[in-house]
Design a protein around this ligand. Structure first.
Ligand SMILES: CC(=O)N[C@H]1[C@@H](OP(=O)(O)OP(=O)(O)OC[C@H]2O[C@@H](n3ccc(=O)[nH]c3=O)[C@H](O)[C@@H]2O)O[C@H](CO)[C@@H](O)[C@@H]1O
Ligand SMILES: C=C(OP(=O)(O)O)C(=O)O
Length: 440
């Protein structure tokens, strides 16, 4: 896996890339397969690290997995699910956020579960208090161990519950869905997240035999059933990867057709992109994102839960904002610490100031807590090459775009983290005409 690149910037990225299934759906669809009594087939599966991690975790639990990375078809046979060795599970500590979602399916199937310490991007504290409370409300007994978390279902199984989430957490909503579908009785969830990836997970669970009703006002009702079967499903495309390539086109003055990008789950991003002056050509099989050749407009953006501006779109777009004429503001309301990546942009010549105040109409959870969660970006500033060690998935992709936008040479290390969510990104960069050398 590529870990360091020497990038020669200053050339627009032009050409075509293809996106496949969403990083924020595919691993969860794999977890859902554990709930079935028969095999499942998932299509449009990308070759990303999070898929490898979940493959290994479900294999350790006795699921037979067959993956054809070329066609993107992955089959999972859960008929022999069994307990896994804690040490083997622990080897995945810090790899991804998905293991916590294995709890519901394992509690149903085996009556107990053990999961390692979670990973994922370090963009805030990322507590799991909602997840653990949800599992307890279904009747699970949860025990935190020095490494990992262990839990047990009551002898008569998990029971449906009335659950309210104070914040519409994506993961906690998925936790409820995966635990409730086979729990006894009805579950009423209020304060649910309604991201497109959650709707796709609901579609999968419905194919398996679940009864889930999405009501107005973030309310989801799940009527538990005794048995679920396997599913066949094509994962929805990755709207976050698609938006990232859009931002890359804008920042580098390029022109990229993102095959597979789907307008309907990206409309908030597309509005922002257009208001910045970016060119769009929206087609049935993808979206062309291009720099119009004239000045880009500065903009105010506030990240939020769906249907708001997705937080994972923010970091690559900030790089494009450094190339807009005037003052842009980004108020991050989902994570308290998602602007660390801007330090490297400043070293490259960008003018970015980070503030503790809520610089936007929403008074968010972080406003009174001293978290630096608003950014003011003043452009247009030429960027120059620098040595960068990437911090996380989206921050890392942003640094690659910044290095490609900059004049001169950048040495970028730690890039392997990007493959957690961007498949074949080095090949894709090459196909778009990026000038770089793989150092290791
Ligand atoms: C693998 C995956 O799908 N990751 C996505 C998922 O992350 P993830 O599911 O981890 O994100 P959440 O929606 O749960 O987190 C949103 C907010 O809720 C807080 N929170 C969450 C759970 C909890 O138990 N307690 C708590 O306080 C978090 O700290 C954060 O401030 O949704 C995020 C928000 O769209 C995206 O940025 C991530 O790309
Ligand atoms: C924050 C992200 O992912 P994760 O939740 O997997 O860390 C992301 O995809 O930008």
């Amino acid at each position: 896996m590529t870990s360091a690149l020497r990038i020669e910037g200053g050339n627009p990225l032009t050409g075509e890339v293809k996106v496949r299934g969403a990083k924020n759906l595919v691993p969860k669809a794999m977890v859902a397969a554990l709930l079935g009594s028969t095999p499942s087939t998932l299509r449009n599966v990308p070759e990303i690290k999070d898929v490898q991690v979940v493959t290994s975790l479900v294999e350790l639990h006795g699921v037979a997995v067959h993956n054809d990375p070329k066609t993107g078809e992955l089959t999972m046979d859960p008929t022999n699910v069994s307990l896994a060795n804690h040490a083997d599970i622990d080897a995945h500590a810090g790899d991804s956020r998905i293991p916590i979602l294995l709890c519901g399916p394992l509690l149903h199937t085996l009556g107990e579960a053990f999961i390692p310490d979670l990973g994922g991007c370090r963009i805030g504290d990322r507590p799991i208090n909602y997840h653990l409370r949800v599992l307890e409300e279904f009747g699970a007994k949860v025990e935190k161990l020095p490494t990992g978390i262990s839990m047990r279902a009551p002898s008569d199984g998990l029971k449906g519950a009335k659950i309210h989430l104070e914040y519409p957490s994506v993961g906690a909503t998925e936790q409820v869905l995966l635990a409730a579908t086979r729990a006894e009785g009805k579950t009423e969830l209020t304060g649910a997240a309604i991201e497109p990836e959650i709707m796709d997970l609901i579609a999968i669970l419905q194919k398996m035999g679940a009864i889930i009703t999405v009501e107005t006002d973030r309310q989801i009702i799940i009527e538990g059933v005794d048995e679920l079967k396997g599913y066949t499903h094509t994962a929805l495309p990755d709207r976050n990867e698609s938006a990232s390539w859009g931002s890359a086109a804008l920042a580098t003055g390029g022109d990229i057709f993102v095959r597979g990008a789907d307008q309907k789950d990206m409309s908030t991003f597309l509005n922002v992109f257009r208001k910045m002056g970016g060119g769009l050509d929206i087609q049935d099989d993808g979206i062309r994102f291009y720099h119009p050749g004239t000045d880009l407009n500065p903009l105010f953006v506030e990240t939020n839960v769906h249907p708001g501006f997705m937080t994972d779109w923010q970091q690559p777009l900030v790089v494009a904002m450094t190339q807009a004429q005037g003052v842009s503001v980004v108020h991050e309301t989902v994570y308290e610490n998602r602007f660390g990546f801007t330090d490297a942009l400043v070293r490259m010549g960008a003018t970015v100031q980070i503030h503790k105040d809520c610089l936007g109409p929403t008074v968010c959870r972080f406003g009174h807590q001293n978290f630096k969660h608003s950014a003011i970006i003043t452009g247009k500033t030429p960027l120059h090459g620098a040595d960068i060690n990437v911090p996380d998935l989206r921050g890392g992709f942003s640094h690659i775009i910044a290095a490609l936008t900059a004049e001169g040479t950048s040495n970028v290390t730690g890039v392997s983290v990007i493959s957690r969510g961007y498949e074949h990104f080095v090949d894709k960069l090459q196909g778009l005409g990026a000038q770089f050398e793989v150092l290791s």
